[in-house]
Design a protein around this ligand. Sequence first.
Ligand code: ZN
Length: 264
Amino acid sequence: MKYEEVDGICAFSFNLFGGKPVKARVLTRNGGISLTPWNSLNLGGTVGDEPQHVAENKNRVMQAYRLDLEGVFDVWQVHSADWVYATNHRRVNEPHQRADIIITDKPGLTLMMRFADCVPLFVYDPINHASGMAHAGWQGTLKNVAGMLVKAMKEKFASQPESLLAGIGPAICMEHYPVGVETFAQFKELPGCAEESAVSTSNGSHHLDLKKINELQFRLAGVNTVENSSMCTACQEELWFSHRRDKGRTGRFGAFIQLDTVMK
Ligand SMILES: [Zn+2]
């Protein structure tokens, strides 16, 4: 991934979307106005931060990236594998739909999600000029969110998995992600996980590499081109919010994807 700073907003972009008519960014925690422990670019509205601060943070992101505040579609992320086809922005006072996958083929519409350790997933279909994003924590990963995202793109836009470009953003690393023995047992059974060392046991504690498991799921769904971030949200406190590291007292960093308008 590539670091950038735009009008004080610090973010990363994927190398594989470079030069493509799509804008995808994972925003860091830097460039906002929220106070500790939400410092500073918190976009989470339900984590105890001042609503005015969250609103101002969102404003700054919109302005920096020349996005239309009235052109955002977001969801209530519930650790599901359910998807929504977004055709229009979510209006003020319109309740969030519950879902963890959003897809669109509408240029100019900004799909947005929030993270603090869970895995941000992005796809772009250069043939059909369509895109999608998803939120994959351990529950979503167990439900194969990455595979469902690909399936949704196939169903709605006739995307061919082998032509999709997939990006996996910063998320918690294996070392920082111990899980209970029952959770671990379920992941051990998933295709490829044990063989590819995406799960590990050391000194009696059980760990998951969520980013790697999501990459495996993309590949099993037929996606060949995957860029997987090496960054860990818990390791890099200066860049990311981490739910595990901060024991729940933390913010959410944002991520978005938006299709450019192109001549068809
Ligand atoms: Zn880590």
